[in-house]
Design a protein around this ligand. Structure first.
Ligand SMILES: Cc1ncc(COP(=O)(O)O)c(C=O)c1O
Length: 399
């Protein structure tokens, strides 16, 4: 019988094994394989004295249940030995805002990668600014030179690598060293790689954010955010979550736990199929270039190869210049690629995008229209046939 709390061999488990064993202990729930889902607000205490002394393992639904602990402990095991605690939030964006609010104070300066997820920028500009926290943006290709933008009051730097539309890679360890030298903390959105393919805490990151909505959930049916903290930031994170009254619902946590069990096999397929489709697209005459860090043609490929152990199914394509209507004809013809936000589910997606309105430190000039793909679990041959039809529609729209 599995028992994640008792590793009798004393050896750390490999991630594939942790995905199966972590966060569950069938012995404590009658042998059923999966943990029960606790729907809870009130928790009853054994006595008035215990209640007054807060003497209870669980105190109130909002403050965590065995269901919360199951996913938190499973994620902590995946994040590696530097992980001192995990918080579960109602969305990836809530994880981003909670992590930032946990460490920033009035008067602080925050450095953010210019390639950050759009709503992250919006939070900085609309909310942090109101609290007296200023944000400036740095070139995602600057590497440790981003440190030149540190000010005396820079409290933190926020990374996302690769960018989830534009896919710039960053030397996370070098940036983290430069930040720590200046006394600043490092936050990173690691949704693209998940801790299976990159463990930011091992590279000096202090707070790791994931939109569990994507690969952890894996089925496009849940909103979930996670923040993993090292010893330097765990108290600030847990206090922020507690003071702001943040928690995730039990059924959504359960969907996260359920998704986690198959994360490795799904990601491996997303990785393999994504790369196959990207290589095929790279050879197409309509395509200018691919933005996929696992392709040798990508400017960030060496960093990806050095630091990451895999790639997810999300990447972008730059087309040779064509009218926007031809791009729409391409996308509208696809049958197996849905047009919609988010990614990380079992299904393929394709969306047009433009990073230009989101940039302030760099100029977005890709050289042609851009499309982002999420490659799902369908047969690659069918996806390629669908794309072939899309390119035929693109050509027809030009005539
Ligand atoms: C890279 C990245 N981070 C965070 C988020 C936010 O996650 P959620 O949609 O769960 O709020 C997204 C959503 O698309 C994302 O792509």
């Amino acid at each position: 019988m599995n028992d994640s709390s008792e590793k009798r061999s004393g050896r750390p488990r490999r991630p594939d094994t942790s995905l199966v064993t972590a966060g569950r202990n069938p012995r404590s729930y009658h042998g059923f394989v999966n943990p029960p889902v606790y729907h809870a607000s009130t928790v009853l205490y054994p006595s008035a004295e215990d209640y007054v002394a807060h003497r209870a393992r669980y105190q109130y639904g909002r403050r965590g249940t065995p269901t919360t602990e199951a996913l938190e402990s499973a994620l902590a095991e995946l994040e590696g030995p530097r992980c001192a605690g995990v918080a579960l939030l109602p969305s990836g964006l809530a994880a981003i805002s909670t992590a930032l609010l946990a460490v920033l104070r009035a008067g602080d300066h925050l450095l953010v990668t210019d390639s950050a997820y759009g709503p992250t920028r919006q939070f900085c500009e609309q909310i942090l600014s109101r609290l007296g926290i200023t944000t400036t943006y740095y070139d995602p290709l600057a590497g440790a030179a981003a440190a030149a933008q540190f000010r005396d009051n820079t409290r933190a730097i926020y990374l996302e690598a690769p960018g989830s539309l534009s896919f710039e890679m960053q030397d996370v360890a070098a940036i983290a060293r430069a930040a720590h030298d200046k006394g600043a903390l490092v936050l990173m959105d690691n949704t693209w790689a998940t801790p299976l393919y990159f463990r930011p805490l091992d590279h000096g990151v202090d707070l790791v954010i994931q939109a569990g909505t994507k690969y952890i959930g894996g089925h496009s049916d849940v909103m979930l955010g996670t923040v993993s903290a090292n010893a330097a930031t765990v108290t600030a994170l847990k206090n922020m979550v507690s003071y702001a009254g943040l928690c995730e619902g039990p059924d959504d946590i359960y969907l996260g736990l359920r998704g986690l069990r198959t994360l490795s096999v799904r990601l491996e397929r997303h990785y393999r199929s994504g790369l196959e489709v990207a290589r095929w697209l790279e050879q197409r005459p309509e395509v200018l270039r691919l933005l996929h860090p696992a392709l040798p043609s990508h400017p960030g490929h060496a960093i990806w190869k050095r630091d990451f152990t895999g790639a997810s199914g999300l990447f972008s394509m730059v087309l040779k210049p064509v009218p926007q209507q031809a791009v729409y004809a391409f996308l509208d013809t696809l049958e197996l690629f849905g047009i919609g936000p988010s990614w990380g589910g079992y299904e393929s997606l394709a969306i047009p995008f433009d990073c230009a309105p989101l940039r302030t430190a760099t100029r977005w000039q890709p050289g042609g229209p851009t499309v982002r793909f999420h490659i799902g679990l369908e047969a690659v041959e069918d996806l390629l046939a669908d794309l072939e039809r899309g390119f035929a529609a693109l050509a027809a729209a030009m005539n």
